[in-house]
Design a protein around this ligand. Structure first.
Ligand code: FES
Length: 576
């Protein structure tokens, strides 16, 4: 415990409402707290806040009432007082233009409510894609002791002899529908069988990746990342998280002590080894940025070349998250990665990562299903799932998920077929007159952070209908957008600087040649400097400044992908 922790008021005495008389403020607060029926003994306990992101607009969190009851049980049994509070919730498919626009808003909400309310520690309860990054960003900035409790993944469904799970299968069937092999009636039946339980998407999409990252960072309890949402172990994890938060209230370990350079690199190793979502690069960068830890794309490449893919899960492999849990969970992955990890990284349990792994080994908790988690010396892929590309088309970087891409497309040059915006894409992609061939590169402009679309998951450009019907399954696709963690294909994302701020992507014309080399980590626009300068002189921003409100705040302050798309005023400067 630091001097700062020892001297700070605790429980209800923390951060008093300012009436100019501290005694009066505390008396009034206790009086109003008593109106909720708490005894004096309960009000004297350490207070654990529970940040609840349940919402009628968030299917992934529909089990949170039960989960939060279990957290409360754990808090009370450990001698604390649990007080839950609502925050913004981000249900991935219910938000316009995209949940990404509101991740930073949720992080501000979480940060300020942790700081403003009198809690000694907090349990963050989240799961759907942007909620866990937002909670970790907020908690890191508030820097009050925090434990991340994950929603847990959905279960896959058995449907006509096949296992289905959101949302890799969602995309697979939709692609078949577009190609004409699944009719409208068929797609309606599948619609009712893709997502059938509470919890987050059932594959290694963004939510599952962020769950793994939360555990690898040391912010979630050991072994909790992959527990299915509907498994009784999830409730036991909730109870344990509540109990742990009480211990943290008594002997604080702050997020800034856990989210260190070493922990962030451990999380990056895990992200690469699980074949995780491209979105996680943006989110991990933003979380790290809140405590002054830098995560560079050059470092990503260095780690990617030295971290094999070990986990056989969709969208890059065959299995679902519930299979990973049954196969040994993230512990099995961490054990394999042990020689590559910083084992002295502290976790919220008070153990280091190395102590955790040693304890699990001593307890004999080491069973692993090698069909799902491969050994380090016999990996699925010898190198990591994600790489950063640089070049004249992306001076500040771009991301390719090579583990979800077709290696036959990795070293090639192609003709650009350009779409100026998402609306342009929707209007023309399926028209018979679109001049497009299978070897072309599809380019989408103006879908980045400042595009007005707020960097949606639109980088998975559909294969033009006439090519899809002819059997084309993959093409090189390039944009400043993001891609769902459940998607797959040879897709270059997060191109920076984005088109909407005049990056080179904005200057690409139909028919230009683009060269991709994954081996050299390059993406280059093969157009001469004089011609690019001429185009740049004619370029104008696609949008004006929003007139008011959050949209204006967002547009004025959102950073590019390599800075995690955080707001400039929320990142902690290293020298602060
Ligand atoms: Fe919530 Fe996929 S929609 S995790």
């Amino acid at each position: 415990m630091t001097d700062r922790d020892e001297q700070a008021p605790k429980g209800l005495g923390r951060g008093l409402t300012n009436y100019g008389d501290a005694g009066f403020s505390l008396y009034l607060r206790r009086s109003f707290a008593k109106s909720m029926g708490y005894s004096g003994e309960m009000l004297a306990r350490p207070i654990v806040g529970i940040a609840d992101s349940k919402s009628g607009f968030n299917n992934c969190h529909r089990h949170f009432p039960e989960l939060i009851e279990a957290v409360k049980r754990g808090v009370i049994a450990a001698g604390g007082l649990p007080l839950d509070f609502p925050t913004v919730s981000l249900g991935e498919v219910f938000l316009n233009p995209t949940s990404m626009m509101f991740r930073n808003l949720m992080s501000i909400d979480v940060e300020e409510m942790i700081r403003a309310q009198p809690m000694d520690a907090v349990v963050l309860v989240g799961g759907c894609d942007k909620t866990v990054p937002a909670q970790l960003m907020g908690a890191a900035s508030a820097d009050r002791p925090a434990v991340q409790l994950l929603a847990g993944p959905m279960m896959p469904t058995s449907f006509r002899g096949e296992r289905l799970g959101a949302c890799t299968d969602c995309r697979r069937f939709w692609a078949m529908h577009r190609a004409g092999t699944v009719d409208a009636r068929g797609i309606e039946e599948i619609e009712g069988n893709l997502a059938t339980t509470a919890g987050t998407c059932a594959v290694m999409g963004t939510a599952s990746t962020m769950a793994a990252i939360a555990e690898a960072l040391g912010m979630a309890l050991p072994g909790t990342a992959a527990i299915p949402a509907v498994h009784a172990d999830r409730l036991r994890a909730a109870e344990a998280s509540g109990a742990r938060a009480v211990a943290l209230a008594r002997a604080p370990i702050r997020p800034s002590q856990v989210i260190t350079q070493a922990a962030v690199e451990n999380a990056l190793r895990v992200l690469l080894a699980i074949g995780g979502s491209t979105n996680a690069i943006v989110h991990l960068t933003a979380i790290a940025g809140r405590v002054g830890v830098e995560l560079s794309l050059e470092r990503l490449n260095a780690l990617s070349d030295a971290t094999p893919v070990l986990v056989n899960l969709k969208p890059t492999g065959a299995h679902y998250m519930s299979d990973l849990y049954a196969a040994g969970g993230l512990s099995a992955v961490l054990r394999e990665l042990k020689p590559l990890l910083a084992l002295d990284a502290l976790t919220v349990t008070g153990e280091t990562l190395g102590e955790r792994l040693a304890r699990e080994e001593a307890e004999g908790a080491t069973w692993v299903d090698r069909e799902v988690v491969r050994p380090l010396d016999d990996p699925i892929e010898p190198v990591g799932g994600l790489v950063a590309l640089f070049g004249s088309l992306a001076p500040n970087g771009a991301i390719l998920k090579r583990s979800a891409a077709d290696p036959k497309l990795f070293e090639r040059e192609g003709r650009a077929v350009v779409f100026r915006s998402l609306d342009d894409l929707a209007a023309r992609i399926d028209t018979p007159e679109l001049d497009v061939r299978p070897e072309d590169f599809l380019v989408l402009q103006n879908a980045g952070p400042k595009s007005g679309y707020a960097m949606p998951e639109a980088g998975y450009l559909p294969i033009p209908a006439k090519l899809a019907r002819a059997g084309v399954k993959d093409m090189v696709r390039i944009s400043d957008a993001r891609m769902s963690g459940t998607a797959y294909g040879t897709i270059v994302l997060h191109v920076s600087p984005e088109a909407a701020v005049g990056g080179p992507l904005a200057l690409v014309h139909d028919g230009d040649r683009i060269r991709l080399s994954v081996k050299e980590r390059r993406i280059d626009l093969l157009v001469g400097d004089a011609e690019l300068a001429r185009r740049k002189a004619q370029w104008a921003p696609p949008l004006g400044r929003p007139a008011r409100g959050y949209a204006q705040l967002y547009m004025d302050h959102v950073l590019q992908a390599e800075n995690g798309c955080d707001f400039d005023f929320l990142r902690r400067q290293a020298d602060v």
